[in-house]
Design a protein around this ligand. Sequence first.
Ligand SMILES: Nc1ncnc2c1ncn2[C@@H]1O[C@H](COP(=O)(O)OP(=O)(O)OP(=O)(O)O)[C@@H](O)[C@H]1O
Length: 338
Amino acid sequence: MSQIELKNINKSFDGKTILNNISLKVEEGERISLLGPSGCGKTTTLKIIAGLLKNDKGQLLIGDKDVSKVPVEKRGAVIVFQDYLLFPHMTVAENIGFGLKMAKKNKNIIKEKVDELLKLVKLEGLGDRYPDELSGGQKQRVAIARALAVDPKVLLLDEPFSNLDTGLRDEMREFISNLQRKLNITTILVTHDKEEALMISDRIAVMLNGEIKQIDEPSEIYKHPKSIEVANFLGNRNYIKGNIKEGKFETEIGLFNIDNREQKEVIAMINPEDIYLDNSSNEGLEGTITEVRYAGDRIYYKIKIKNKQIRVISNSDKVYRLNEKIFIHMDFNNGVFF
Ligand SMILES: Nc1ncnc2c1ncn2[C@@H]1O[C@H](COP(=O)(O)OP(=O)(O)OP(=O)(O)O)[C@@H](O)[C@H]1O
């Protein structure tokens, strides 16, 4: 039994298709990211799951039950929005207990639950503060605690880390990841940040123009994208056109041996980190360094070979200089062919 299943969900606004046949199964306790650029329909998908928007077509199951007619508060799916939407005139404790108060729970039960959640999100002693007396990370933890107060089956996080600065973002990613694992709560996280999706997801659904283009584990999505559009969204790769013929790959930059006996015209994708630079011998393809960007633990290069720019990411200690002649080695057996 999947915890959530979307079957051919469609949604239009003002006659414009925003979601086009979205299908997705999320297993119990799984953490899945919806990854895509701004405007591709990620938030709309979350709102449909939570019941804040109605889909035009398709079916939505939560725990094997069709929830299309189930109201928001009974779906067992809660959203935490990007800007947290805390009630400014309520204390932290009142914010966290809000859903329970609405459900007319007894005061002692609310207090007990709020105390437990304050402890869980490491905000003990801050229950009497107001939201504007909290840091960004603390506000986010209040929002998470408020969402968890109603014991949801599904947690929906909309760009949870985008309002936090870099250091805090890493800390909160780790905090929420650990909390999610501890509670084993099925989670869908929306992000446009590929590195974030790669780092914290069990699986990633890449969404482009209202369609899910690929659903896979992070390393599969990165290493074996099924299309150039998914590959492009995941990073700056190299694409090299050529013909495979009898174990050789004839390209615009040179001829390579390859373990592939097919005969076809392809575009090969090769990652910048899978290309190696060397100037200790005259072997390999000769090129000229046209850009060097030093980033401490890695160096970004652009290299001109014939009329083609190749991107390389090196983690070697050796730093090559601009305009230096260089030999590059690339193994197309690590490439993906489209
Ligand atoms: N209530 C609405 N009425 C009309 N159009 C809407 C409505 N809500 C969203 N849209 C449009 O639907 C498209 C998808 O919006 P959505 O918020 O789902 O995108 P997103 O992928 O979450 O992007 P972002 O990260 O920028 O929020 C956008 O073009 C948006 O303008």
